[in-house]
Design a binder for this molecule. Structure first.
Ligand SMILES: Cc1cc2nc3c(=O)[nH]c(=O)nc-3n(C[C@H](O)[C@H](O)[C@H](O)COP(=O)(O)O)c2cc1C
Length: 325
């Protein structure tokens, strides 16, 4: 698949996740085979007011390969301005992604995220203004619709294409269903694909190589985006790559999982200092899910106050052999 001149082999995307897919996680995901990634969402209003933390979220490292910056907001001028600023950063993104899918109350209540799907005219004005404001491709992330009575993803996708968007990512649930209720609606994703000519990326509940292939085959989509299944599990990208190549895949051993957790946490602490120690707790929780002794490891890491303490905990967890799993 191709987004302008960006060519991807299988269309394996990392879905944006606020509080998860930061610069460190993305470096890890990339090294395990994610082909294209997106930052956590960046507030257009915060860019407008020059918020420093926001510019940190938008930082992209050279090691990441292809990475888009996602912006959210509902003010046409602020969204255009944010896109302009983001596309001109010293390490610019490969694309600007517009968030029209976030279901969180705080975001939707402000008229942002999936609230925009209720107002196709405003959605179109925003997409058009962002396209006009930057030279790089603009993509849009949407849901099936706002609620089950209004599954208007094909309409919004059509508007996005008309306004110059160059790819669409669709999560196959409505805002009403958040990320968990019911099943992902493959049919609405397929309808979006049939409605537009630009690439469509399917999203929702992809947890393995077989899921990835199934959703692409059913919907005809050009790629698939993986969210929660990547938490503490960068290996999913290796697995999907192997599945698509048709080669056998061996799941990571306990040792490899722990060593990767160590690598990820070291990167977080070297990048963010003490904040990295605190933020690494949730990643450690995900990496150790299902490991024998995992609960003890998590309890200990949740109390750790330094990288050295976390390293010691994980080193002693390494000493349990795989055969004990
Ligand atoms: C913790 C968390 C944070 C998320 N943050 C964002 C975000 O910033 N922008 C966005 O478009 N979607 C966000 N999402 C939605 C994901 O990109 C994705 O659509 C969703 O998790 C469904 O895919 P999955 O079933 O593979 O997890 C978030 C999801 C989670 C679980």
């Amino acid at each position: 698949m191709k987004i302008r001149n960006i060519e991807l082999k299988y269309g394996i995307f990392l879905a944006p996740m606020a509080g998860v897919t930061d610069i460190c996680a993305r470096e890890i995901y990339r090294s395990h085979g994610a082909e294209y990634m997106t930052t956590e969402m960046v507030s257009a209003a915060a860019v407008h007011y020059g918020d420093k933390k926001t510019l940190e979220i938008a930082q992209i490292s050279e090691k990441e390969g292809l990475c888009a910056i996602q912006i959210f907001g509902h003010d046409v001028q602020m969204m255009a301005n944010a896109a302009r600023v983001m596309s001109q950063l010293p390490s610019p993104p490969c694309a600007i992604d517009i968030n029209m899918g976030c279901p969180v109350k705080k975001i939707v209540g402000g008229g942002d995220g999936s609230a925009l799907m209720k107002d196709p005219v405003l959605a179109g004005r925003i997409i058009q203004s962002v396209v006009d404001a930057c030279d790089i491709p603009v993509t849009v992330k949407i849901r099936a619709g706002y609620d089950r009575q209004h599954k208007n993803a094909p309409e919004i996708a059509h508007i996005a294409e008309e306004c110059g968007a160059e790819a669409i990512c669709v999560h196959g649930r409505t805002r009403e269903d958040m990320y968990i209720n019911g099943t992902v609606d493959y049919d609405i994703i397929a309808k979006v694909k049939q409605t537009v000519k630009i690439p469509v990326i399917a999203n929702g509940d992809i947890t393995c190589g077989a899921d990835f292939k199934r959703i692409l085959e059913y919907t005809g989509c050009d790629g698939g985006a993986i969210g929660r299944a990547a938490q503490g599990n960068p290996f999913i990208f290796e697995e999907i790559n192997a599945y698509m190549q048709g080669v056998p895949y061996t799941p990571p051993s306990r040792q490899r999982r722990i060593r990767t957790a160590l690598e990820h946490i070291r990167l977080m602490v070297s990048t963010k200092g003490y904040l990295g120690v605190l933020e690494s707790r949730k990643h450690a929780g995900w990496y150790t899910k299902g490991l024998s002794g995992g609960a003890e490891i998590r309890n200990a890491i949740n109390k750790a106050e330094s990288l050295q303490q976390i390293e010691n905990i994980l080193y002693s967890a390494l000493s349990i052999r795989d055969s004990e799993e």
